[in-house]
Design a protein around this ligand. Structure first.
Ligand code: ADP
Ligand code: LRH
Length: 469
């Protein structure tokens, strides 16, 4: 059997189980299993189907073993901010409610009545997104106080999936910072903040850092799989894992392109200045306390929704070609407008926006896709300008990673509009970042710098040079 490390990487649109192992001078990555993930409506809320996710993880492990791969360890990463609450018997108290649910409408303002926005930013360095865990907890406090009172444990989604595998409870650091409840100086739960907000401090668990070992499989699972292995803590926030895999280059901006577009730089210290606050940049915790100074941009969620609303008649690569053929269509929307976060109908929302702004209304699939891609490229350029303004540095290139790298038209639009060289790849950066943390834990890789060099020589990177707009 081929020994490997298993990365379970679950994004908002799909999950995969990937085996990683060293072969000579290179890191090899092999997909073992892929599964669908999407938000479902349950009990009046938008939720994640956590049973489906856990079942798929188990199926992925079984398929891995059936393909003659033997995991030495496994680690799970998912999207950030969402969590579950457990009662005293470790049973779920609610469904796994998704960040696009409308329960957080107005909750940011409610929190600001207790703590000023500036003070919250100063303590945490985290951006203001209406769906951050802090606002989800505020929603529970106001709408279902009995649930919060019964809660004994808060686990973020990957923490919960790790718990189901091992029976061990912990909160992983990179994802914990996305709650907006971790203090950027202590890198621990901000107990004063929890007290101010009247959140039950005892539901928060010990924070574990990436590269820690959580434990081995529960005995019944080891029996079911016919083998046992360790669960290692990766950067459980997918963006944290993805940024680990940015091939090391000086003066680069990364753009993790998937359901969301996360654009920023790695910084040894949080940058929580007034300008950073004004531009709504975040400082999420990363491996070895490297901070991700970045901005969330609505991302390819917009085209995912359009694809769904058109009954999956067109594939993502069809949309790329259709948009390219509509290159002369110039209407744009403000992709960061909250109206695109969870609209009833994304196509109509885009059309109404254009109409309201007296722009030509996109009608055909190509025009709609072009409006999305052009709008994204423009907002990427704006974010690059903001990063340069805040840091006083110049960045001449962008490293695009994630599934969105496959959108060659968007890569070219970004190169043109930002007038920067765009390096696209690796597509599976998140799984790679997850795997290398496991290899750092076993010391198969000596350092993060070595890991990034290894990634650089192991995966293809496509280059897009700016051409006249
Ligand atoms: P997440 O982890 O958030 O679920 P991924 O990193 O898997 O997202 O990226 C998914 C996105 O990648 C899709 O929304 C789609 O826009 C883009 N994508 C996937 N395959 C292709 C393709 N063949 N051509 C163009 N874009 C693609
Ligand atoms: C990307 C991501 C992003 C978060 C959002 C909720 O998958 O984790 O970093 O802001 O989902």
């Amino acid at each position: 059997m081929q020994k490997c490390h298993l990365a379970v990487d679950i994004g908002a649109s799909s999950g995969r189980v990937m085996a990683g192992f060293l072969a000579g001078e290179k890191l090899q990555l092999k997909e073992m299993y892929r599964f669908d993930n999407h938000i479902v409506e349950k009990n009046g809320h938008l939720c994640w189907d956590i049973d489906h996710l856990f079942h798929s993880i188990k199926e992925g492990i079984k398929q891995t073993i059936a393909q003659q791969f033997e995991p030495k360890s496994l680690a799970i990463d998912t999207w950030a901010v969402d969590f579950v609450l457990l009662d005293e018997k470790d049973q779920l108290l609610t469904d796994a409610i998704a960040y696009r649910d409308h329960r957080t409408d107005g909750m940011m303002e409610a929190v600001f009545q207790t703590i000023e926005k500036e003070s919250l930013y100063d303590r945490t360095g985290i951006q203001f997104q209406k769906f951050n865990t802090i606002y989800q907890l505020q929603a529970l406090k106001e709408q279902r106080p009995e649930v919060l009172q019964q809660a004994k444990t808060l686990l973020m989604i990957p923490d919960y999936l790790h718990f189901l595998l091992t029976g061990k409870k912990a909160n992983e650091y990179t994802n914990a910072t996305s709650t907006q409840l971790v203090n950027r100086e202590t890198n621990n739960w901000d107990t004063e903040l929890l007290q101010t907000l009247d959140f039950p401090a005892d539901i928060f668990q010990e924070i574990l850092m990436p590269k820690s070992t959580l434990g081995s499989l529960k005995s019944e699972l080891a029996e079911e799989f016919g083998m046992d292995f360790d669960i290692v803590i990766p950067a459980t926030h997918d963006t944290g894992s993805a940024v680990i895999a940015v091939p090391e280059q000086k003066d680069t901006i990364y753009l993790s392109s998937g359901t969301w577009s996360l654009i920023g730089i790695e910084s040894s210290d949080p940058i929580a200045t007034n300008e950073a606050l004004e531009f709504n940049f975040t400082n999420e915790g990363g491996i070895d306390y490297r901070y991700r100074f970045l901005k969330n941009i609505m991302g390819l969620w917009m085209i995912q929704e359009v694809k769904r609303l058109m009954d999956d008649q067109y594939s993502f690569s069809d949309f790329v070609e259709l948009a390219k053929a509509s290159a002369d269509f110039t209407s744009v929307v403000d992709v960061n407008d909250d109206r695109f976060l969870s609209p009833e109908n994304m196509i109509e929302e885009i059309q109404s926006y254009c109409k309201e702004k007296d722009q030509e209304v996109p009608r055909t699939p190509g025009e709609i896709a072009q409006t999305i891609f052009l709008s994204l490229a423009r907002s990427y350029r704006e974010a690059i300008e903001q990063i340069e303004l805040v840091t006083g540095r110049i960045f001449d290139q962008v490293n695009m990673i994630g599934g969105g790298c496959q959108n060659t038209w968007l890569n070219q639009l970004l190169a043109n509009h930002a007038n920067r060289t765009v390096y696209a790849g690796p597509i599976e950066a998140t799984a790679i970042g997850n795997i290398v943390v496991q290899m750092l834990q076993t010391k198969e890789i000596a350092s993060l710098a070595d890991a990034r060099q290894l990634i650089n020589r192991s995966f293809d990177i496509q280059i897009f040079e700016p051409k006249g707009k």
